[in-house]
Design a binder for this molecule. Sequence first.
Ligand SMILES: Nc1ncnc2c1ncn2[C@@H]1O[C@H](COP(=O)(O)OP(=O)(O)O)[C@@H](O)[C@H]1O
Ligand SMILES: [Mg+2]
Length: 309
Amino acid sequence: MIEIHAVTKIYKDLTAVKNLNLKINKGDIFGFIGPNGAGKTTTIKILATLLKPTQGYAMVGGYNVLTQPDDVKRVMGYMPDNFGVYDDMKVWEYLDFFAAAYKIEKAKRKQIIDDVLALTDLSEKKDAMVDALSRGMKQRLCLAKTLVHDPQVLLLDEPASGLDPRARIELRELLKELRNMGKTILISSHILTELADFCNTIGIIERGELLYSGDIQAITDKLRGGKVVEVKVKEGFEQKAEEVFMNDKRVQKVEREGNEIRVYFPLDLEDTSIVTDIMVENGIKFTSVKELEIDLEDVFMQVTKGIVQ
Ligand SMILES: Nc1ncnc2c1ncn2[C@@H]1O[C@H](COP(=O)(O)OP(=O)(O)O)[C@@H](O)[C@H]1O
Ligand SMILES: [Mg+2]
């Protein structure tokens, strides 16, 4: 649904995006992650046909952003990273304005507006003034606006930034609903954990270069190089546990901090419950055993050096 072919964007003497190549399949939720100044907005604006690349081209929904921008605009919804200025309008008037701009007939607009308001949980605010909405509601209204023409591809630039935790959760639920509707979504963020349980693929960009892209699990595995189980042993068993794990041939690496021990296994080990077996066999008392979840923050820190332009 989205293809970026060798895109470079140079602003005067600054290369904001360097030879970027990327493919996002239909139904993917792609997390575009990178620190401020990494080139996320520039890339997204190129996909949204608002900015021309210095080199390269991109395809959105099968259309070329350079030669078929009108078709791209029809199949794509873009949500910018700022709200923009809101006029003195009611919520439904605001949406009606954009629906009209997409040349949706007046007779159909009412139903569409009701639908997107229901989807973004704003039905009750239909007659409220846009100015009077909370930040989270404005953000959802902004998303509602990008949905009026029922686009297949959504480009969302940092939609969760500046939202309080509750508004973030609401936004996440809404995005999950859009995913279930089969939309292809590119969502950017400089906060990794925001995207962790939501995206199936991610790309990490830093200083205009795409450092990694692909399946979240694959990236994490590649960086970690295996599976990790964390155990907490009872006082007095720390030393022994560390030794026993280190002497086990299946174990790759052992790290200990106080009574917390991290045991690393190769990826192909299917059942990490052998950790429990090892401890039981050796009479080591423990309080907890858990296989560590994907930690995107770790991945990010390892991939990037945290350099900001
Ligand atoms: N219109 C512009 N003119 C000059 N430099 C720009 C312009 N827009 C962005 N930049 C620079 O390009 C780099 C990438 O910016 P941007 O794409 O906004 O990154 P991100 O969205 O990841 O924070 C930054 O160094 C930024 O200062
Ligand atoms: Mg940005």
